[in-house]
Design a protein around this ligand. Structure first.
Ligand code: SF4
Ligand code: SF4
Length: 118
């Protein structure tokens, strides 16, 4: 019985469209609920460092002196803790697929100085 089922699946697979696609030249519509990847609206970021302290993977680095917010995409597990804990709500999960990469990389966002209001 098991062998019959397996044979049927194997034969069926020969005539079906493949489940995989040639990403990134082909893309799929992200399914509802896709966590995607962390994005930072740096215009609202105050470099408080809470996201860095809350990240369980050590994926975020906040460099106050250099006014830089960094994320190691290969350490991030998309848990969303940083997004929930950010006091300025400047972090969000962008529901899209990240571009492919051949090397591990850290994305750096330059945080502009807040303009003083009179
Ligand atoms: S918690 Fe929010 S405001 Fe604070 S450093 Fe992280 S992104 Fe910036
Ligand atoms: S989503 Fe989770 S793992 Fe990724 S940077 Fe935020 S806290 Fe860290």
């Amino acid at each position: 019985m098991g062998g019959f089922k397996l044979g049927k699946m194997t034969l069926g697979g020969l005539f079906k469209e493949p489940e995989t696609i040639q990403y990134p030249s082909q893309t799929k519509t992200p399914p509802p609920g896709l966590k995607g990847h962390v994005s930072n609206d740096v215009t609202a970021c105050i470099l408080c460092g809470i996201c860095q302290r809350r990240c369980p993977c050590g994926a975020i680095e906040v460099d106050k002196a250099a006014r830089a917010w960094k994320i190691d995409r290969f350490r991030c597990v998309q848990c969303g803790s940083c997004v929930r804990e950010c006091p300025k709500s400047c972090l969000s999960m962008e529901p899209s697929y990240a571009p492919p990469a051949t090397k591990k990389r850290t994305d750096t966002f330059d945080v502009p100085k807040a303009e003083k209001t009179a």
